[in-house]
Design a protein around this ligand. Structure first.
Ligand SMILES: Nc1ncnc2c1ncn2[C@@H]1O[C@H](COP(=O)(O)OP(=O)(O)O)[C@@H](O)[C@H]1O
Ligand SMILES: [Mg+2]
Length: 255
């Protein structure tokens, strides 16, 4: 069953074609990697999928439904979550509050009820707080829940960015370079978290420069260069693909 179908997606900035007729599908519960040199169009591609860019050419379908013209908040509600290349956080607030704040997209109760603190609003708030606690617990991050975001090492701030993305209940999670700037220990924690998220039934698209992590984590890999898809396949095939080695991996990966 396909969760996402991207068909001939094209995004231009003025005269520059950042994403050039890219097509690929993602099956439910896969981890699909997107790799390619800097400027290849990886971030533009997931920005276009998550509705940040309009107009785009081509089509994006989520579980068969055309979302090509939907707005970012509609797409988030339909089930696509994402982190950002630079994590957006309330630095002076504790981790749990950052996670809780992210849940505003899930509020079902109208704003005036929340403002008046009606019983239903209080119930919903406590459910969402519990959910934030549960997410932190399920990812093994309970012990940092009361630390302020600015006191966390950079790597853990990025991990928090992923927890925040989970608060909207995504069925498909788009991760843009989650391992950037992390030390070996943080990379290990984050890759375990990505696996755990997938094991809870979430499908993942992973953009990453750390090729060995992508090869270990992903079921399939799509390779972009100059906005175009130049290859797609199983990690072992991508590692040995001449075109990919030439454009991106370099000879050392062909051992
Ligand atoms: N908002 C923008 N305005 C103009 N050009 C952009 C913008 N965002 C990205 N680009 C250009 O699009 C190309 C692809 O960028 P990007 O998607 O960020 O690549 P990647 O994430 O693979 O490094 C680059 O040439 C970049 O300079
Ligand atoms: Mg990028």
């Amino acid at each position: 069953m396909k969760i996402l179908e991207v068909k001939e997606l094209t995004k231009q900035f003025g005269g520059l074609t950042a994403v050039d007729k890219v097509s690929f599908d993602v099956d439910t519960n896969e981890i699909v990697g997107i790799i390619g040199p800097n400027g290849a169009g990886k971030t533009s591609l997931i920005n276009a999928i998550s509705g940040l860019y309009h107009p785009i050419k081509g089509k994006v379908f989520l579980e068969g439904r055309d979302i090509s013209h939907s707005k970012p908040y509609q797409i988030a509600r339909m089930g696509i979550g994402r982190n950002f290349q630079s994590s957006v956080l309330f630095m002076s607030l504790p981790v749990i509050e950052n996670v809780f704040f992210a849940s505003h997209l899930n509020y079902r109760i109208p704003y005036w009820k929340r403002f008046l603190r009606t019983p239903s609003a209080i119930r919903e708030e406590s459910t969402l707080r519990q959910k934030g606690e549960d997410i932190l617990k399920s990812l093994g991050l309970e012990q940092i829940k009361n630390e302020t975001a600015d006191s966390l090492p950079h790597g853990y701030q990025r991990i928090l960015g992923v927890c925040i993305a989970l608060m909207t209940n995504p069925r498909l999670l788009l991760l843009d370079e989650p391992l950037t700037g992390m030390n070996q220990n943080e990379i290990q924690v984050m890759t375990d978290i990505i696996r755990r998220i997938r094991d809870t039934g979430v499908t993942i698209i992973l953009i990453e420069h750390n090729v060995s992590a992508v090869i270990k984590l992903c079921d399939r890999i799509v390779v972009l260069d100059n906005g175009r898809k130049i290859a797609e396949g199983l990690p072992k095939d991508i590692q040995n693909n001449e075109v990919v080695i030439e454009a991106y991996l370099g000879r050392e990966y062909n051992q």
